[in-house]
Design a protein around this ligand. Sequence first.
Ligand code: SIN
Ligand code: MN
Length: 203
Amino acid sequence: MLELAPGLIHHPGFFDRAAQVALVEAVRDVLKAAPLFTPRMPRTGKAFSVRMSNCGPLGWVSDIDGYRYQATHPATGTPWPPMPEAVAACWNALAGTALAPQACLINFYEPSARMGLHQDRDEQEFSAPVVSISLGDSALYRFGGTERRGPTRSIRLESGDVIVMGGASRLCFHGIDRIHAGTSTLLPQGGRINLTLRRVSPA
Ligand code: SIN
Ligand code: MN
């Protein structure tokens, strides 16, 4: 593992190929029950370039009314499916907290998708880290400190890598500048899946 900044830990190859294949299978099952939707920016309603879904008790959604967590899918109205076992196990191995994860956001990136620099700060509990899993095509991940205009660095995230944003880096700015299409054979149609695990509320 590599400490990119205080509390910002990169675990290259945390999931081996067999574990990645199993995880993709589990994500496919989740998406059958909770299909990908296109989130929209608050106020402007501009579409994100990623599509999203969630699993676990809470899901993160964004639409014209704002960012929020909710217990049901915005289109189907049904509760989010449970978090796959392997996802919860990853949190238990790396998060270093007794608090259980409550939300697993699923981001699906087509090769042209990106994610602007942002902080994860819609939670009411910041003692637990954010745990972020990469699957499929590799991505250029940019991270900085807790000031939007501060200096940033970039690293490449490969399929099976996990990033933990905790401690002094729990509120670090981060984003995905680009997807390197065709760099992984994990997803037959290409693209990238990111799973972001978070604790939302205090114990
Ligand atoms: C996010 O911060 O929401 C996604 C990060 C990633 O795709 O690795
Ligand atoms: Mn984020």
